[in-house]
Design a protein around this ligand. Structure first.
Ligand SMILES: [Zn+2]
Length: 427
């Protein structure tokens, strides 16, 4: 029986504070094999796609919350259906069940999956199989404490933090109840409270005992301490898929590509037509910030643009053979990719130095709708929306590094990639 608990949002430097808050299970955690993990992208969806499939964003089919479909102007929300590789982490043998709680990308599959939504997909369902709703514990399950991002911004930050903690406490009770049924071969539960608090409060909050919400947090951690005792009955691992770092600023890659002559933005008319669509997606995400929710739907002049960044941190070449309105021929692909690589390298490299890095698609031609380039700048959040919608820099932004505590005796190096971690977990 495989049991994976995710404390997304915490960094390896939070681990000491976490262990101190868990007097009963801390000892158990200290016995596990520690490894730092790194990912290509910092969006929750992209990292979980790596963990689920064992393949990087270039090959997994998911580089963020959304992905381009028939055009760089048309984005669709990514789900496990868009994955190019099987989600091995949660797949089971015939006749077995998995339990997945609050995991991105995954959809209900009543026949062999007990599922509690993470709230980022518009499935119209929150728990599955449907008979779970008959149990009063699950009847009112909510993945997030508030209905819309727009609504949440009007609430007091302390109140929102408290609501996030209370919601996770209820979800934790559900997780323990499902675990105790022991009718599964794989159990995966992601807590999102640490992620939320990192956005609402900042980093290192586990050590900040003078916080107004600390009492509530302490209570949740006591409950988590007891729950870990239960979860550790299986082949147990704890991971944090990503961490947070103070946000130094935001960059709009599309404006940058436009300055380089690679991208042309459509008229204002087109922008107002599509703004409401973008806002709809924004409110569907229900997160404390609109982090990584970047879309340029309908705003590109695709008849002139050779590349764009409709997904945070990712650059896509407007290939004629992949997109209905694409203009770059396969024979020109490498030339265009090299021109963009060299342009971004010189503009961002000179400004950010070693904090900047660029990865390119691993083959000479990319005939898929996966990104062609992935841009990373430590502490910088990519905001690819129009200029007028650029928000004030958020308190923290995602850092594509996390940690894993793996079963004793597992052969992990001290530092591994998220895809290596997936391989280890699936071994
Ligand atoms: Zn976060």
């Amino acid at each position: 029986m495989q049991c994976l608990i995710a404390v997304d949002g915490l960094s390896s430097s939070d681990l000491t504070s976490l262990v101190q808050c868990l007097p009963r299970s801390g000892k158990l955690l200290e016995r596990l094999r520690f490894a730092k993990i790194n990912s290509s992208l910092s969006s929750t969806q992209a990292i979980w796609a790596e963990l689920l499939t064992g393949f990087q964003a270039f090959l997994s089919g998911c580089a963020g919350y959304a992905c381009p479909s028939s055009s760089l102007n048309k984005l669709v929300v990514c789900t496990e259906r868009d994955l190019q590789m099987p989600a091995r982490l949660v797949e089971t043998d015939a006749g077995e069940r998995s339990v997945t709680i609050n995991l991105p990308l995954l959809l209900p599959r009543p026949e062999n999956r007990t599922w509690l939504a993470d709230g980022s997909l518009s499935t119209g369902k929150l728990v599955s199989p449907p008979q779970l709703r008959a149990d009063p514990l699950f009847e009112h399950y909510l993945p997030r404490p508030y209905k819309s991002h727009a609504g949440a911004t009007t609430l007091d930050q302390n109140d929102v933090s408290k609501q996030c903690i209370e919601l996770e406490s209820r979800r934790l009770s559900m997780a323990v109840s499902l675990f105790n049924q022991r009718n599964f071969s794989k159990f995966t539960y992601r807590l999102s409270v640490f992620d939320y608090l990192s956005h609402l409060i900042g980093t290192n909050f586990l050590a900040a005992k003078d916080l107004t919400v600390y009492k509530s947090l302490e209570k949740l951690l006591r409950q988590f301490d007891d729950a870990l005792q239960v979860f550790s009955a299986g082949d147990f691992a704890l991971v944090s898929a990503h961490s947070h770092t103070p946000c130094l600023g935001t960059i709009n890659l599309n404006l940058l590509l436009a300055s380089g002559g690679f991208l042309y933005i459509d008229t204002e008319e087109g922008s107002s037509r599509n703004r409401s669509e973008r806002l709809k997606v924004a409110s569907a995400l229900w997160q404390p910030t609109t982090h990584h929710l970047t879309s340029l739907d309908g705003r590109l002049d695709t008849s002139r643009s050779v590349a764009a960044s409709p997904v945070s941190g990712c650059v896509y070449i407007n290939k004629r053979t992949v997109f209905d309105d694409g203009i770059v021929e396969d024979s020109d692909y490498l030339k265009v990719r090299e021109a963009i690589t060299s342009y971004l390298g010189s503009v961002l490299g000179s400004r950010f130095g070693r904090a900047f890095s660029l990865e390119t698609y691993p083959h000479q031609l990319n005939s898929s709708s996966a990104p062609d380039l992935i841009v990373k700048i430590d502490g910088v959040e990519f905001n690819n929306l129009s200029e007028s919608m650029t928000p004030v820099a958020p308190l923290t932004t995602h850092n594509p590094s996390g940690f894993a505590l793996l079963p004793e005796g597992s052969l992990a190096a001290d530092q591994i990639s998220a895809t290596d971690l997936a391989t280890l977990l699936n071994a």
